[in-house]
Design a protein around this ligand. Structure first.
Ligand code: TYM
Length: 334
């Protein structure tokens, strides 16, 4: 039995990058035979970046509705909110006590914050919380708590999965084989999805295309993607084009090859963007309709989340934590 697990931070509105990097592959994996799946809303993680309670709650609702609209079946998979499983936090402490500080020093997000401080002439750690520093340990707890084998994520998360392996291995070495060691599952045809400005699509860069933006907004956003100034008829460089990379993430191999030829033949940017819009809209229109119905019924979503967490705690989280407490020499609470 393979266990597949992934989460999305509840710090904003889900975007196309979340969809192609995590949601679409995770939902596809959950339909394969012999798979037990775990999908969650990482709201503890959200607190690292967002200190606005209303925004965390709104984002939780939007991301939950997104998973459901994209085909997740809450009676067949585990679907829950991270903070409804307090055992996650307890495991975070157990892992904190085996995690190498030097490894955390090398985490990309933390290093980027330090580098920015240096550029700005500030102290290295100015404005950096211990939460940001500990982010990979919390994430390792999410994964190891349920012995996940495969974690579908975008490339930006690979380092975190490697750290989870490292912390799990150290714990196993000290206390016996408690944890399965996870692997990242990366979609091959999806490099990091670029945003409107060509940088990685990310809530932090404010360059995202919301997954379920209304059709007209989606079109407007796609038409606003930054391109070079080559005229219609001039050959365009597919490999260095955001428009092409986005197209590739939504199109079949054949469609992608046809688009590559169209780029070589000098397709106009407007025409390429129209094709991109139509391709994306064709894939997500049915799910957008479901999303709009779901988001109008927040109480139903809340009930699904609570039920998922309650069952998951009983089945796995509470007994697993008890075994881990005993393994490290803490009292048996059961
Ligand atoms: P988050 O919320 O930043 O992103 C959620 C998922 O979307 C992927 N993603 C992308 N993929 C391709 N192109 C992009 N431009 C792009 N932007 C985002 C991310 O790689 C991720 O898979 N720490 C995680 C949440 C988390 C988690 C976990 C994930 C918490 N615990 C345990 C897996 C397992 C995060 O902040 O993802």
């Amino acid at each position: 039995l393979t266990r597949v697990l992934t989460g999305i931070t509840t710090s904003g509105t889900p975007h196309l990058g979340n969809y192609v990097g995590a949601i679409r592959p995770a939902v596809a994996a959950s339909h394969a035979p012999g798979v037990e799946s775990f999908y969650f809303l990482a709201d503890y993680h959200a607190l690292i970046k967002v200190q606005d309670p209303a925004r965390v709650q709104r984002s939780t609702l939007e991301i939950a509705a997104t998973w459901l609209a994209c085909g997740l079946e809450p009676d067949k998979v585990w679907f829950y909110r991270q903070s409804d499983i307090p055992e996650t936090n307890e495991l975070t402490w157990l892992l904190t006590c085996v995690a190498g500080k030097g490894i955390l020093n090398r985490a990309h997000a933390y290093k980027a914050a330090v580098d920015k401080n240096r550029i700005d002439g500030e102290d290295d750690d100015a404005g950096i919380t211990a939460g940001l520093f500990m982010y990979p340990v919390l994430m390792a707890a999410d994964i190891l708590l349920f012995n996940a084998n495969q974690v579908p994520v975008g490339r930006d998360q690979i380092q975190h999965i490697e750290m989870a392996r490292d912390f799990g291995q150290r714990f196993n070495h000290l206390y016996g084989e408690h944890f399965a060691l996870p692997e990242a599952a990366i979609e091959e045809n999806v490099a990091t999805l670029p945003g409107l400005d060509g940088r990685k699509m990310s809530k932090s860069y404010d360059n995202t295309i919301p997954l379920f933006a209304p059709r007209e907004t989606l079109k407007k956003l796609i038409y606003s993607i930054v391109t070079d100034s080559r005229a219609p008829g001039e050959t365009k460089d597919a490999d260095n084009s955001n428009v092409f990379q986005l197209y590739q993430a939504f199109a079949s191999k054949q469609e992608t090859e046809a688009m590559r030829r169209a780029f070589a033949d000098g397709i106009a940017w407007g025409e390429a963007k129209q094709a991109l819009f139509e391709r994306i809209d064709a894939e997500i229109a049915p799910q957008r309709e479901k999303y709009e119905a779901l988001i109008a019924r927040p109480a139903d979503i809340e009930a699904v989340l609570r039920d998922g967490a309650k069952r998951l705690r009983e089945r796995y989280a509470v007994p697993t934590l008890q075994a881990l407490r005993t393994a490290v020499g803490l009292r048996d609470l059961s």
